[in-house]
Design a binder for this molecule. Structure first.
Ligand SMILES: Nc1nc2c(ncn2[C@@H]2O[C@H](COP(=O)(O)OP(=O)(O)OP(=O)(O)O)[C@@H](O)[C@H]2O)c(=O)[nH]1
Length: 762
């Protein structure tokens, strides 16, 4: 039998690694983290625990929370067997407690219901329970949440069809109990009665016996539903519904029907060092290919364009540079299939070339190298190849697998070969999409146009976008009013990998925002409004980035298996030394991966890359610049600044093992003013001082401040009140202070006292 690691086992039983580790602790089995291997004995003990909880590998389509819910009926049935032996009027304490919960929960439920009414678009639930027809079994929810699904009748708003004291029109004849019922969030007594094929009055009686006074329209929460069902011996399952407002859901294709898929054009980004010819290359491709193919068209800059090579299309993102590329990725959108790194043959590999390569590698996008400016006499392509080899890009001719194409963007030479190579890589990658779906994709750029309102260039990534489509774009929504392609022509539809500029949405979205087409405008509006309202920003800032403080926790939960690091240092030698030491760190369960290194200050581009790759940044003898600082704060990127290599290594190693030393923060506790100085041989200078603020304690650190400048920082040597040692001296009192290794204290100096307080890691 192959040995299982903790996280593998956790996956098998649909628990988080943390939960499994906790169970192991209870079983007195020690493991260090989620990558630890389990002995067969540990596995069988865990099996016993989790089987008792009703988890089986089969149930692994639902979350641990759902699992917990689904397993409830089993224990409830046991409860029920016990209950059957009890006298009805003698409720056990446990149930009384539960009954109390029901009443409380009902109150809460009513409150939260009214709060959540404005947001219920996501769950297809009627605004008022009474709206739901008693005879209508509405429990088959929208489990997949695909945007093709039409909303259910009576979902959004509508009139109240039943008066408050709604009664079933016909009494229900008790039938056989169902084996299982499902519900979403809650059920009214009437709804539950219907599902159980019982009269509501029977349920009300039962609830009464359980100590709950309920009316027919009373909302029953999960606990109450489970309690009643357990009493009938009926299994309960709570439905899970997909949040329609989470646009990412639409990008996670669950079932792909291979037959519906067709080939789609590759989406290409051009990156490289300043002045190496990115813009010239983009222009050159467009001028030679676009206008030739579409006579009469006026090329228009919409952020992306397509070329047609013998019937095969390629889509180029028209914003050169890795900053744009990574910003988009940092926002969660991966749209590029292939990166072209332009390197000027007369200049060779430059810092931004390396950055671009690392950005592409971090995004796991294949790279083609375009060795540009080959027309220049000083061109030295061999040097470029040699230098790139050092960065892991080895030309095919030299036994590697990177395609190098010599070109002259200025003269238009080599462009055909470059395009051929792009198509070749695209063919190997088998890029496919389904044009018959409603469109989904990403915003490439957007702006407010005086005449046309919000204008956005969208890249359709799957499906086909059509005029009139109800659409949600980021937080904006609307209907596609007009579509213009990269040739400035009006089009009616745009298929996969096609860029189009659209109008018709109510706000200007941001580059990198997702868009999704919905079945009807009403849903689009509701989703859009809800997204705007529920502050997607908040979600973004809450995004759990890896920091050294939360690394261990994330590792334990199986969320992190690779610690991505960016290293910036003052000199190349230090960078290399740092990398070498970092690579030696050996902690079970997690690998260190250096995704980028560089010499010089930490820049905004480093932070963007870190954010996109969930990396931490280590600065050695360097500091972040202003923009980098701001970006790091916004994105929650952890920057660690150091001056001693072994400290860096120690810190990272400790973080990986969950053993970071406590962090301390300085707290100023008081200030004393020096009013007189007395020199005493053997003792040194005694500062006769008066406490003007707070207090000074015997164990505080001190700082001597003269004319606003710190002239010394160190420790207190002695603190005396008259002749006696004092533990602390408070504001308004005089004292004598001596400072360790500092005798130069002068009248008028301020002695600032501080202590170091441990701060809780979050
Ligand atoms: N001789 C020669 N010059 C070129 C070639 N490609 C670009 N250049 C020149 O190099 C300079 C920089 O080209 P750009 O296309 O602006 O370079 P870039 O990489 O887009 O530069 P940034 O936008 O500043 O990052 C321009 O003066 C171009 O005319 C080439 O193939 N041969």
């Amino acid at each position: 039998m192959t040995k299982l690691r903790v996280h593998e086992y956790a996956k098998k039983v649909n628990k988080s690694s943390k939960e499994v580790i906790e169970e192991l602790k209870k079983l007195n089995i020690n493991v260090s983290n989620h990558m630890s291997t389990l002995t067969s004995d540990a596995v069988s003990q865990l099996d016993t625990v989790f089987n008792q909880q009703g988890n089986t590998a089969k149930q692994n389509t639902s979350s641990p929370k759902q699992q917990e819910r689904q397993t409830k009926p089993v224990s409830n049935r046991q409860d029920q067997q016990k209950k059957e032996t009890r006298k009805e009027n003698k409720m056990p304490e446990k149930n009384n407690n539960r009954s109390a919960n029901i009443t409380q929960n009902n109150q809460k439920q009513t409150q939260s219901k009214s709060q959540s009414q404005s947001q219920t678009q996501s769950n297809d639930r009627p605004k008022n329970k009474n709206q739901r027809s008693f005879n209508q079994d509405n429990n088959q929810g929208n489990k997949k949440g695909g945007f093709n699904q039409r909303k259910k009748p009576g979902i959004h708003g509508g009139k109240r069809r039943h008066p408050k004291t709604h009664q079933p029109s016909q009494p229900i004849t008790p039938k056989e109990l169902p084996e299982k019922i499902t519900f979403y969030e809650s059920l009214t007594v009437a709804e539950l009665a219907k599902k159980l094929h019982r009269e509501p009055s029977e349920l009300i009686k039962k609830l009464f016996m359980l100590g709950v006074m309920a009316t027919i329209n009373q909302d029953l929460d999960k606990d109450a539903i489970e309690l009643i069902c357990a009493d009938y011996g009926v299994e309960v399952e709570e439905e899970v519904r997909v949040d329609k407002t989470d646009l990412e859901v639409y990008f996670e294709q669950e079932e792909i029907n291979e037959e519906e898929l067709v080939e789609r054009p590759p989406v290409v980004t051009i990156m490289g060092h300043v002045d190496h010819g990115k813009t010239t290359l983009l222009d050159s491709i467009r001028n030679t290919k676009v206008t030739a193919g579409e006579a009469g068209g006026i090329t228009q800059h919409i952020g992306a364009y397509q070329v047609n090579i013998d019937g095969k299309k390629i889509t180029f993102l028209d914003t050169p540079g890795h900053a744009a590329f990574t910003t988009m990725r940092a926002r969660g959108a991966k749209i590029t299939d292939l990166a072209i790194i332009v390197v000027a043959a007369d200049d060779g590999v430059m810092p931004q070339t390396v950055e671009a390569i690392n950005h592409a590698k971090a995004a796991e996008v294949p790279i083609i190298v375009a060795v540009n400016k080959m027309d220049k006499p000083s061109a030295n392509p061999d040097r470029v190849m040699q230098e790139l080899t050092e960065h892991g890009l080895v030309p095919e001719d030299w036994g590697g697998d990177t395609i190098f194409v010599p070109i002259s963007a200025l003269k238009g030479e080599g462009i055909d070969t470059l395009l051929e190579m792009i198509l070749l890589i695209a063919e190997v990658a088998e890029l496919k999409a389904n044009p018959d779906k409603n469109a989904i994709g990403t915003v490439i750029e957007a702006q407010l146009d005086k005449g046309r309102g919000s204008v956005a260039t969208l890249l359709v990534q799957d499906g086909t976008l059509r005029i009139g489509d109800p659409i949600v774009v980021g937080h904006a929504y609307g209907r596609v009013r007009a579509m213009v392609n990269d040739m400035g022509r009006r089009v009616k539809e745009a298929g996969p990998a096609t860029p189009v500029e659209i109008t018709g949405i109510n706000e200007v979205p941001q580059a990198g925002d997702r868009f999704v087409v919905f079945e009807d405008e009403k849903t689009a509006r509701q989703v859009g409004e809800s997204r705007a309202m529920t502050a997607i920003q908040a979600n973004r800032s809450e995004k759990q980035r890896v920091t050294l403080d939360n690394l261990f926790e994330q590792m334990s939960q199986g969320d992190v298996k690779e610690l991505n690091i960016i290293v910036k240092a003052d000199v190349q030698g230090t960078v290399e030394a740092m990398v070498a030491s970092l690579m030696k760190i050996d902690v079970e369960g997690v690998n260190v991966k250096i995704i980028h290194t560089g010499v010089g200050a930490i820049t905004e581009s480093d932070i963007t890359l870190a954010a996109a790759s969930n990396a931490i940044v280590i600065g050695f003898n360097v500091r972040p610049d202003v923009n980098a600082k701001r970006a790091a704060e916004e994105e929650g990127v952890d920057i660690r600044l150091h001056r001693i290599i072994y400290k860096v290594i120690e810190e990272i190693e400790s973080a990986m093992k969950g053993m970071l030393d406590p962090e301390y923060e300085e707290k100023i506790i008081g200030q004393a003013e020096v009013r007189q100085t007395i020199k005493v041989s053997k003792v040194g200078t005694i500062a006769g001082s008066y406490i003007i603020e707070g207090k000074v304690t015997r164990d505080s650190g001190v700082r001597v401040i003269r004319d606003g400048i710190v002239v010394f920082e160190g420790e207190l040597d002695s603190l005396k009140r008259f002749k006696d040692d004092a533990k602390e001296v408070a504001k308004g009192y005089e004292c004598g202070i001596t400072i360790k290794n500092f005798n130069d204290v002068k009248e008028g100096d301020i002695i600032e006292a501080f202590v170091m307080e441990e701060i809780k890691r979050t």
